[in-house]
Design a protein around this ligand. Structure first.
Ligand code: ADP
Ligand code: MG
Length: 223
């Protein structure tokens, strides 16, 4: 379903080239829960950004559901991202001025298939239920704990029924108890059929996945 072939990423700055990913291959099939661990600076976020169509590889091929997506226009790549990808960030990236419910509804407002405001609301409410936050819908993000904010982030990622959830260090800003709760939610979603790619430097969390990879020196290996 998701296929990276011979992906490399080089960042050019001044005269220095940094080769962050080299000749990387990765396949993620529907329903799989995979983790990618590796030390800080090993390229985990770069890899996830490429998977999420937030960045483009320097070379190599990327296919989603058999369609080549590594060299789409900005417009087409935004469309694929909107329809296929749910991204969960370490820093939550919620909008403080909007309610929890409005934050979760937001991605659907940019989706051409969703014109019906009531349908958008119902879908967002369903997703908040899945993460156990239906009773916090009308709160503002800053009225919630960090762990609750991350669960709102998960609900927002779920709302477009993405093909895959890409999760970057979801517990990086959380204490261990809230972190465990967030991972419980991911486990539950996986049990209900979600496809998950989790990036983390925490071996405890990486072990929860069924397929484990390690990234080091730009090379991805089975852990
Ligand atoms: P990780 O998420 O594993 O900590 P990153 O993917 O964030 O690692 O970064 C990997 C390497 O790529 C680091 O050396 C980082 O400095 C470099 N890097 C990341 N993004 C950029 C960028 N936009 N420009 C230049 N170098 C970058
Ligand atoms: Mg990172």
């Amino acid at each position: 379903m998701i296929q990276l072939k011979n992906i490399s990423k080089v960042f050019d700055s001044e005269e220095v080239e940094s080769h962050v990913l080299t000749g990387l291959d990765l396949s993620i099939h529907q329903g799989e829960y995979i983790s990618i661990s590796g030390p800080s600076g090993s390229g985990k976020s770069t890899l996830l950004s490429i998977l999420g169509l937030l960045d483009t590889p320097t070379s190599g091929d990327y296919y989603i559901d058999g369609v080549k997506v590594d060299s789409l226009s900005m417009h087409d790549s935004a469309k694929v991202r909107n329809e296929k990808i749910g991204f969960i960030f370490q820093s939550f990236n919620l909008i403080d001025e909007l309610s929890v419910l409005e934050n979760v509804m937001l991605p659907l407002k940019y989706n051409a298939n969703w014109k019906d405001k009531n349908a958008i609301r119902t879908q967002a409410e369903e997703c908040l239920k899945k993460v156990g936050l239906e009773h916090r819908m009308n709160h503002k993000p800053n009225q919630l704990s960090g762990g609750q904010q991350q669960r709102v982030g998960i609900a927002r990622a779920l709302v477009g029924s993405p093909s895959v959830l890409l999760v970057d260090e979801p517990t990086g800003n959380l204490d261990s108890k809230s972190g465990d709760l967030v991972l419980d939610v991911l486990n539950q979603l996986h049990a209900e059929g979600a496809t998950i790619c989790l990036v983390t430097h925490d071996p405890r969390y990486a072990d929860l996945a069924h397929i484990k990879y390690k990234l080091s020196d730009g090379i991805l290996e089975t852990a």
